[in-house]
Ligand binder design. Structure first.
Ligand code: NDP
Length: 290
């Protein structure tokens, strides 16, 4: 099957590699060198122009936000063929996705929102969890393809629901990273060794992915890799806040989490990784982790 993959960033690059093992992959990236490298290393076809993606049976986007996805939709829309399936793997905005799906639907193009979780390591190892919003038949078409990139593929509901649950789970993660950082800092300042504090946390009810994996790498091993941009995480939490706003919901923890992450992003800048919010927790207390 001819699949066009648009957006070869930290997640898209390895996902497109897995798909190329069973499908004819055409790749396009804003920065052309990445697409050239993909074609060279994985035998995929370099799209010299974005327009060359339009006649694929399936088009996959993996971009920062729904804004960039819509820019690509605008450019390709006139040349899209009825029957095409558009899979948006971006962690996007459910409201935008519904409008995009409607616009594509007028051309006979089906749309599913299919954001992923599992980080870059999950993308590299094809172990992602993929949550899909769309109708049942489109979900089946998407599942057939995406099973090459992920282990767990869940049909969440109609278009938009994949994007909605993605930003909500990322908000849970953000709040967990923040509160775990605060409590570990308090333990450290109390005189408890960080390794001991983490061992106790992980043997008890405070355990989470943050305490088991994300924070030990940074706080014990002093490695602060860039795996998921804080800018992307902040975007997810802001979308979650917009869902709360739309539902007229009282969600003070969510609101606080959004303020903390947006403030951290403003302080740390676009190049920061999401776990660097732990540095802000320390800074708020006029200290550092090391
Ligand atoms: P990256 O920043 O690594 O990659 C973004 C991609 O989008 C690049 O290919 C970039 O092109 C392209 N892009 C950016 N702006 C534009 C534009 N205006 N027009 C066209 N292309 C553009 O992001 P990730 O791969 O980390 O994330 C992609 C999505 O996946 C995000 O929505 C993120 O929230 C989500 N996600 C990320 C995870 C992670 O751990 N990294 C985990 C789960 C989901 P260029 O090469 O030119 O910059």
């Amino acid at each position: 099957m001819k699949i066009a993959f648009i957006g070869l960033g930290a997640m898209g690059f390895p996902m497109a590699r897995h798909l190329s093992k069973q499908h004819e992959l055409v790749v396009w990236n804003r920065t052309r060198e990445k697409a050239e490298r993909h074609a060279r290393e994985h035998g995929t076809t370099l799209a010299n122009d974005l327009a060359e993606c339009a006649d694929a049976e399936v088009i996959i986007t993996m971009l920062p936000t729904s804004v960039e996805v819509d820019e690509i939709v605008d450019k390709l829309l006139p040349s899209l063929r009825p029957g095409t399936l558009w899979i948006d793997a971006t962690s996007g905005d459910p409201n935008a996705s519904k409008q995009t799906a409607a616009r594509l639907g007028e051309k006979g193009v089906a749309f599913v929102d299919a954001p992923v979780t599992g980080a870059t390591v999950g993308a590299e190892n094809a172990t992602l969890t993929i949550m899909i919003g769309g109708d049942a038949a489109d979900f089946e078409r998407a599942r057939e393809i995406l099973q090459l990139c992920g282990k767990t593929i869940i049909h969440v509901g109609p278009v938009g629901s994949g994007h909605a649950i993605k930003v909500l789970t990322n908000t849970i993660m953000g709040a967990t990273v923040w509160i775990t950082s605060e409590c570990l800092l308090l333990a450290k300042q109390y005189g408890i060794d960080l390794k001991t504090a983490l061992a106790v946390t992980n043997a008890g009810s405070g355990r989470s992915n943050a305490s088991e994996t994300l924070l030990p790498m940074r706080l014990l091993d002093h490695k602060w890799p860039l795996v998921f941009k804080l800018a992307h995480h902040d975007k997810d939490i802001r979308i979650a806040a917009s869902i709360a706003h739309q539902q007229h919901a009282a969600t003070p923890m969510l609101a606080l989490t959004q303020h903390l992450f947006t403030s951290s992003l403003n302080q740390l800048g676009d190049g920061a990784d999401y776990i660097e919010v732990a540095k802000i927790v320390a800074k708020m207390n006029d200290t550092e982790w090391e």
